[in-house]
Design a protein around this ligand. Structure first.
Ligand code: G3D
Ligand code: MG
Length: 179
């Protein structure tokens, strides 16, 4: 029994969980991805292309796709959606003007059939910038509390120092096996 459990557990743990990192250009997506890589305990070799990386957190493998956020690229985000378990939405907390666009993109994603089961982690990035919006302000503007059909969590962070990133990853690992 113990052995079987251990086997199942290791199978489960070594499963790869697909993550897409989205957000407008300049939000800090690539910086976050590379902070994850620097900080992980076990560093496995990069896979596939330059912006896809495998991150291992406490035996949990995440395959993270850093998707370009420029306007011309946003329409192709949906080609990455299938089998996605987590969406990491990176927000530039100083960019008040474009928060409306982020909001639109968020709700467009949540309505997409392929993301029906995905959990959403929102990083309120660039908290080191003077005059930035707090996670609470961003949460309110994005009306996160109205999202009932997807698990979500907002975390303030600073990708430059890495502050807050671990807490975000911990939330993700805590979601695995829940639903
Ligand atoms: P993107 O991949 O979402 O397009 P990047 O964004 O990761 O390329 O980051 C865009 C710029 O924002 C970079 O600056 C990066 O250093 C900066 N940045 C990312 N995170 C933070 C943060 O938490 N605080 C601050 N102050 N800056 C951040 P450059 O100057 O290289 O374009
Ligand atoms: Mg980038």
């Amino acid at each position: 029994m113990g052995l079987l459990f251990a086997k199942l557990w290791s199978l489960f743990c070594n499963q790869e969980h697909k993550v897409i990192i989205v957000g407008l250009d300049n939000a800090g997506k690539t910086t976050i991805l590379y902070q994850f890589l620097m900080n992980e305990v076990v560093h496995t070799s990069p896979t596939i292309g330059s912006n896809v990386e495998e991150i291992v957190v406490k035996n949990t493998h995440f395959l993270m796709w850093d998707i370009g956020g420029q306007e011309s690229l946003r329409s192709s985000w949906n080609t990455y959606y299938s089998n996605t378990e987590f969406i990491i939405l990176v927000v530039d907390s100083i960019d008040r003007e474009r928060l409306a666009i982020t909001r639109e993109e968020l709700y467009r994603m949540l309505a997409h059939e392929d993301l029906r089961k995905a959990a959403v982690l929102i990083f309120a990035n660039k908290q080191d910038m003077k005059g930035c919006m707090t996670a609470a302000e961003i949460s309110k503007y994005l009306t996160l509390s109205s999202i009932k059909d997807h698990p979500w969590h907002i975390q303030s962070c600073c990708a430059l120092t890495g502050e807050g990133l671990c807490q975000g990853l911990e939330w993700m690992t805590s979601r695995i096996g829940v639903s």
